[in-house]
Design a protein around this ligand. Structure first.
Ligand SMILES: Nc1ncnc2c1ncn2[C@@H]1O[C@H](COP(=O)(O)OP(=O)(O)O)[C@@H](O)[C@H]1O
Ligand SMILES: Cc1cn([C@H]2C[C@H](O)[C@@H](COP(=O)(O)OP(=O)(O)O)O2)c(=O)[nH]c1=O
Length: 218
């Protein structure tokens, strides 16, 4: 059974770049590895709905609990594919996983209510939905001003023409998401965790250096 390594963090911090780099480096070292990202836009019932939500195209408001269930359902719909990937590879790199749901949806409520929602999501996804726990989760920590510039460099997204989707446009939410990741790491929820600083002296570190640090924890 392959190991699950989750790459986590706020929007635009370099998760996709680090996930692909990690996978390529593992493959070059002779290990079988693959990247699986969530949400599965366009591939699951929930993923289609999430794309519309992030594009601001749903005709009704989405409560934090409703959004949490959508993201959890997206993973549940993809559970067999995840288990199959785990059975056929040494390492499956997850570009976002359950902790994203906890950090983002908990951030919409904040305080005790937000913390309760984080625990609720953890129980739903690892309990009722029986999704496997990662062997290791990496929190990629990058300040918002750098991440914002990187979001603007991103290639066209499948679900929106906008430069910033609904969550990325909400600066206060992005800051609370960072605070929640710090809480999740400190409380070791869905751990173990390692924090990797993606920037140094106000600039991004080279992707190769970030990947090398992640590899040193595996
Ligand atoms: N370490 C890095 N240094 C410079 N640019 C980066 C780095 N990591 C990512 N980028 C660039 O920043 C943008 C967002 O990166 P991406 O990996 O898609 O972030 P995320 O998956 O966290 O949203 C992309 O254009 C990517 O090429
Ligand atoms: C996977 C996941 C993502 N999210 C949020 C984080 C992101 O703001 C948004 C979209 O994720 P993502 O696909 O990583 O964004 P992008 O393609 O724009 O880089 O969904 C959750 O709230 N819960 C989840 O379980």
């Amino acid at each position: 059974m392959g190991e699950l390594i989750a790459i986590e963090g706020a929007d635009g911090v370099g998760k996709n770049t680090a996930s692909r780099g990690l996978c390529a480096t593992l493959q070059a070292a002779g290990r079988t590895a693959t990247v699986l990202g969530f949400p599965r836009y366009g591939e699951t019932v929930a993923g289609v709905t999430i794309g519309k939500m992030l594009a601001g195209e749903l005709p009704v408001p989405v409560t934090p609990h409703a959004a949490a269930v959508l993201y959890a359902l997206d993973r549940f719909e993809w559970r067999d594919a995840l288990l199959e990937a785990q059975a056929t590879h040494d390492v499956v790199v997850l570009d976002r996983y359950i902790a994203s749901n906890m950090a983002y949806q908990g951030a919409k409520l904040g305080g005790d209510e937000g913390r309760a929602l984080m625990d609720w999501i953890l129980a739903l996804e690892t309990g009722q939905f029986a999704l496997p726990r990662p062997r290791l989760s990496i929190y990629l920590d990058t300040p918002w001003d750098l991440a914002r510039a990187l979001i603007l460099q991103k290639a066209q997204r499948s679900y929106t023409d906008r430069s910033f989707d609904e969550y990325e446009a909400d600066i206060a939410l992005q800051q609370r998401v960072r605070g929640n990741y710090e809480t999740i790491v400190a409380a070791d929820l869905l751990g173990p965790w390692k924090v990797v600083r993606a920037s140094e002296d106000g600039a991004m570190r080279a992707p190769e250096a970030i990947v090398a640090e992640i590899l040193s924890y595996i």
